[in-house]
Design a protein around this ligand. Structure first.
Ligand SMILES: Nc1ncnc2c1ncn2[C@@H]1O[C@H](COP(=O)(O)OP(=O)(O)OP(=O)(O)O)[C@@H](O)[C@H]1O
Length: 253
């Protein structure tokens, strides 16, 4: 049996006097998507930053494919940032941004061109997008470019941190649908962070609930939504209006 791709074990993060993460342990098995949900300030982004090495834990271990994460391993974890407007270099065409992310050992520029078209297709964008600049795209399309760029690196793990929260509700669906399709097609392994349970329900297999720096519940999506065990999870569920989860089932544009 193979172990999880990501294993966070007994992680503690302290900023000054604030104990931001307390004894956090979560696993993300290969090909699965773990949702990390919690209100603003609960420590979600801090966990993501610890995994990519931007935050130094006070104690605990972070294992990637069974080994302690090292700076060398960082390329194997790709973060899709929250803000598609800030994450892409405005002076680079989409093709250039993707080419930069593709491992140069993967062959010639011609082969890169083929790979770029393939990546754009994967996120439901036309090949002609390669010649255009980020400013020419809508927020949802830009976020899809950011997803393509993360995929270009062929990472073992993708961390999606509030990838839809900067988008209008009407375009959140196009990004969620792409992620959901990729999960199935490419067997992506993903840590999907959101404060929004409706969004988490749409893309995750397993959901961990973070409350004030502690994991208070960690269950399969089915179990968590059908039989939440912790009061805080129930509170979060109560704030999901009926019907909203279906928002993401709208047709992709
Ligand atoms: N570099 C830092 N130095 C000091 N305190 C920090 C730092 N980064 C985060 N914090 C604090 O740690 C706590 C958790 O922040 P974090 O950003 O991880 O929460 P979050 O759940 O991701 O919330 P949000 O969704 O608002 O980003 C907050 O109280 C925040 O102010």
């Amino acid at each position: 049996m193979t172990g999880p791709i990501l294993s966070v074990q007994g992680l503690n993060v302290v900023f000054g006097r604030q104990h931001v993460l307390r004894d956090v342990s979560v696993d993300v098995p290969a090909g699965r998507t773990l949702g990390l949900v919690g209100e603003s300030g609960s420590g979600k982004s801090t966990l993501a930053k610890a995994v990519v090495g931007l935050v130094r834990p006070a104690s605990g271990r972070i294992l990637l494919d069974g080994h302690d994460v090292s700076p060398k391993a960082r390329r194997r974890v790709q973060m899709i940032p929250q803000d598609p407007y800030a994450s892409l270099n405005p002076r680079m065409t989409v093709g250039q941004a993707l080419a930069e992310a593709i491992d140069p050992r993967r062959g010639s520029v011609r082969e890169h061109r083929h790979r770029i078209e393939e990546l754009l297709g994967t996120v439901a964008l036309d090949a002609s997008a390669a010649g255009r600049y980020p400013s020419e795209f809508s927020g949802g399309q830009r976020q899809r470019v950011a997803i393509a760029r993360a995929l270009a690196v062929e990472p073992d793990l993708i961390i999606a941190d509030e990838v839809t929260s900067a988008l209008d509700t009407s375009v959140q669906a196009e990004v969620l649908n792409v992620l959901r399709a990729l999960r199935a097609e490419l067997s992506l392994t993903m840590l999907f962070i959101s404060h929004d349970l409706a969004v988490v329900r749409h893309v995750c297999d397993q959901v961990a609930v973070l409350y004030r720096g502690e994991i208070v519940e960690n269950a399969s999506r089915e179990r968590l939504f059908a039989r939440p065990e912790h009061d805080y999870t129930r509170l979060l569920l109560d704030s999901v209006p009926d019907g909203r989860p279906l928002m993401a089932d709208r047709t992709d544009r």
